[in-house]
Ligand binder design. Structure first.
Ligand SMILES: [Ca+2]
Ligand SMILES: [Ca+2]
Length: 147
């Protein structure tokens, strides 16, 4: 009986330890630029490639409303820096492009390049009156799709 009690206590302690680790890890997860591997396109929660990180699968996420950084923070409207380690340009939009394309702002990040901040990017307007010209706009915390 005494042995059984001791075993139960040990098991409870182990479970509690796992639970605490699971709760703490996501909140303290800090990505770094080196976490974005060759070929990947990576969105970071904070400027300078810090905070949570997520990668684009197949180069596209036309709806970021159901995506999260690896620390549990919602990806939609929270991206603040980008690394594009793919060989192709990727475009980022202030409006979700799924289920249908939306007219709004977009900007591009060339293949094998990165942007440590999105506060001043060269954006293009896709809506009515689109003139094909680049404008300096603030896309920090304003990305809802990428492709
Ligand atoms: Ca998505
Ligand atoms: Ca952010």
């Amino acid at each position: 009986m005494r042995f059984a009690m001791r075993a139960t206590l040990a098991a409870s302690a182990a479970v509690a330890s796992v639970a605490v680790t699971a709760l703490i890890s996501p909140a303290t997860a800090q990505a770094a630029a080196s976490d974005c591997k060759s070929g990947q396109v990576c969105l970071f929660e904070n400027a300078n490639y810090t905070g949570g990180m997520m990668t684009l699968e197949n180069g596209c996420e036309k709806y970021l409303g159901d995506n999260w950084f690896n620390n549990g923070v919602a990806a939609d409207n929270h991206t603040s820096s980008i690394i594009n380690n793919s060989g192709s340009a990727v475009f980022f939009y202030n409006l979700a492009q799924w289920p249908s394309a939306q007219a709004g702002w977009h900007f591009g990040v060339s293949g094998n390049s990165r942007m440590a901040s999105l506060v001043q990017v060269t954006g293009f307007w896709d809506g009515a009156g689109s003139d094909g010209k680049g404008y300096t706009i603030n896309m920090n915390e304003d990305i809802s799709a990428a492709c």
